[in-house]
Design a protein. Structure first.
Length: 88
């Protein structure tokens, strides 16, 4: 993952509150490009980021949060059309 850019506002890990060093796409795999397009990302520290990728910790919760964020300005039907399924 890329390091945080200086323009990125939040510099604390979304999960533990420690210093963030990575950006994590809340929806990944085949959905990553669309997650990028809709800014469905969170800053994470290296430890939390590795735990998420290695052990799947908090993956489901972040997918659900991504859908909630998307649905603040779109419908659930639009989310399903865009990402292929609902996480909620």
């Amino acid at each position: 993952m890329a390091n945080l850019k200086k323009s990125y506002v939040q510099t604390e890990c979304y999960l533990c509150g420690g210093p963030a060093s990575d950006i994590h796409h809340m929806l990944h795999g085949s959905m990553r490009a669309k997650a990028e397009e809709h800014n469905l990302k969170v800053p994470l520290c290296r430890s939390c980021h590795m735990a998420l990728h290695d052990k799947g910790l908090f993956d489901k919760e972040l997918q659900q949060e991504a859908q909630r964020r998307f649905e603040e300005t779109h419908t659930r039907e639009q989310f399903i059309k865009e990402f292929g399924k609902s996480f909620l």
